[in-house]
Ligand binder design. Structure first.
Ligand SMILES: Cc1ncc(COP(=O)(O)O)c(C=O)c1O
Length: 285
């Protein structure tokens, strides 16, 4: 008899809840998204769904209707009734006995949570500390895959160093992005906002896109080029960008204070412009 063991109990495999045979658990064989709401309204949902659809396509999962995902996300968000919510959802290729290639007629599994976002006022007011970590990820970081072990290891290393984020450094010695965020540098004299160009080494962050759109309003010119840790160390301002917290200033990089440990003026301006963008979108602009 084919059996499994769950919580120390032997269970015949045919009686097993399929959730235990999820390919997401065996292989990280799936993709995910994180959307947030501000004041009860989902933000940039279309962009997230579009990226999700692309991620699914890139890992060869088909037959998922994005209109159905949209309805599920909206319905769950409404039911949770949380003003500032984080909506996490993923799709895996399905459940079956462990085999790398997997069956051809698998039914994808959908999973979603809605949770309250933590208060990030202090992080935004005082900034965060970041450390560096080797970028150990695969060669398709543009796909929002469930395989996040290198990101987990990077964050755990940052945590041990008393940092809030790890910035990943590739084999050439350039920063790719944060373990769970996009990374930016500001040069105040030149009025330049610098971030790595898109490619297969980084995620096409939705927050990054918005930051690039609003940058001009603050008088900054965008330059997309790789940044080295050495350049970051000497930057006038640094910040990270991610859906759950939008812009978060970085006031310490590898133990060194950035801008005397204060949140820079351009970063403040960008945070303000981002807030305005949220307001405008929520007002249905
Ligand atoms: C590796 C990585 N880069 C960037 C981001 C930021 O992306 P977004 O702005 O779409 O949340 C994330 C978010 O989770 C991420 O995991």
């Amino acid at each position: 008899m084919d059996i499994a063991m769950i919580h120390g109990q032997i269970v015949p495999i045919k009686e097993l809840d399929p959730v235990y045979l999820d390919r997401g658990t065996f292989f990280g064989d799936g993709v995910y998204e994180v959307v947030r709401s501000y004041d009860g309204r989902l933000f940039a949902l279309d962009q997230h769904l579009e990226r999700f659809s692309r991620s699914l396509r890139e890992i060869d999962i088909h037959g998922v209707h994005i209109s159905d995902i949209r309805k599920k996300v909206q319905m769950a968000h409404e039911q949770a009734s949380i003003a500032n919510a984080k909506v996490y959802f993923h799709i895996t290729r399905g459940s079956e006995h462990r085999s790398h290639a997997g069956g051809k007629s698998l039914k994808p599994n959908f999973f979603l949570t809605v949770t309250e976002l933590a208060d990030d006022t202090s992080r935004k007011q005082h900034g965060i500390a970041v450390s560096t970590y080797p970028d150990l990820r695969w060669k398709r970081c543009d796909i929002k895959s469930l395989n996040l072990l290198p990101n987990v290891l990077a964050r755990r290393d940052a945590q041990k160093k008393g940092c809030d984020e790890a910035v990943l450094v590739d084999q050439r010695g350039d920063i790719t992005e944060g373990a769970g965020s996009a990374f930016f540098m500001v040069l105040t004299q030149e009025k330049k906002l610098i971030t790595r160009p898109l490619g297969q080494q980084i995620l096409d962050s939705i927050t990054r896109r918005i930051v690039l759109e609003i940058a001009e309003k603050t008088g900054l010119t965008v330059m997309q080029k790789p940044i080295t840790p050495w350049q970051a160390d000497w930057a006038d301002e640094l910040f990270i960008a991610v859906t759950t917290q939008d812009i978060v200033p970085v006031t310490k990089f590898e133990g060194e204070k950035i801008a005397h440990g204060k949140v820079g003026d351009y970063t403040k301006k960008l945070m303000k412009a981002f807030k305005e963008e949220v307001k405008a979108r929520n007002a249905g602009r």
